[in-house]
Design a protein around this ligand. Structure first.
Ligand code: SF4
Length: 238
């Protein structure tokens, strides 16, 4: 891994995933930048810097980051990079809200990759991932019926998934589970990506119940619990 410095973080890049050079005039509205343990997905438990972008066009019934819908502060891309570099992390996760709702998310992702971090993107699945730097691990949600936002799924994202990407279902009830199982098979998701994640909706479905269903059907998925909620009960900034 390249040792991240302020200079190589804020420098220009010619990577094809970039949509525009990352200049100091480019800004993003940011809710918080913080250092914690990754709560989900393949790098769960690993120390990670989170960059939470403000704003989301969706309103999932179980949303746990409503505080990121509005407000925030404008940061230039080099300023974000400097803030991230103070933690000297190996892993950086860009999340939201819906990070792709702000177009400058794309040059931010490339800039963080150029700096040598292992970068992941958490996205709702409602926005196109076409311009995402191929070095980024995309964690793509597919919204289930009980989320209230199933109609927002952009299925054109599925053919552009890369082998290192992940697809996540947050499951609220048995009907959601059946729907997720159908989508898993319809798109052969487990053959496209490294991990398909089934996560019980916190406070709505017992993890043990979901585990029983997965085992009974012998599904090729990874069940996950949200570590940050178990540890810190979803406190912002943890
Ligand atoms: S996509 Fe994420 S941030 Fe947006 S409403 Fe749904 S759960 Fe909340």
């Amino acid at each position: 891994m390249t040792t991240p410095t302020v200079d190589n973080i804020a420098g220009s890049s010619t990577h094809e995933g970039r949509t525009s050079p990352a200049g100091p005039d480019q800004t993003l509205r940011i809710t918080e930048i913080f250092y914690s343990l990754q709560g989900e997905a393949r790098t769960v438990g690993l120390p990670t810097v989170f960059v939470r972008l403000t704003g989301c066009p969706l309103r999932c019934v179980y949303c746990d980051t409503e505080y990121a819908f509005s407000g925030g502060e404008l940061y230039s891309l080099p300023d974000i990079a400097r803030r991230v570099s103070t933690y000297a992390p190996r892993y950086v996760t860009v999340t939201g809200g819906e990070p792709l709702a702000q177009p400058n998310c794309l040059p931010l992702l490339s800039m963080l990759c150029d700096a040598g971090y292992e970068v992941s993107l958490e996205t709702s699945g409602a926005m196109s991932t076409q311009g995402v730097d191929p070095r980024v691990v995309t964690v793509l949600d597919l919204k289930t019926p009980a989320s209230g936002e199933m109609q927002r799924n952009d299925y054109s994202n599925i053919p552009v998934l890369r082998a290192h990407d992940q697809v996540k279902f947050v499951i609220c009830d048995r009907a959601d589970y059946e729907w997720a199982r159908f989508k898993l098979d319809e798109y052969r998701l487990h053959e496209r990506v490294a991990d398909v994640l089934f996560s019980p909706s916190f406070g709505q479905l017992e993890g043990r119940q979901l585990a029983d269903w997965i085992l009974a059907d012998n599904l090729p998925v990874r069940m996950q619990l949200q570590l940050h909620k178990l540890l810190w009960n979803d406190e912002p900034g943890r």
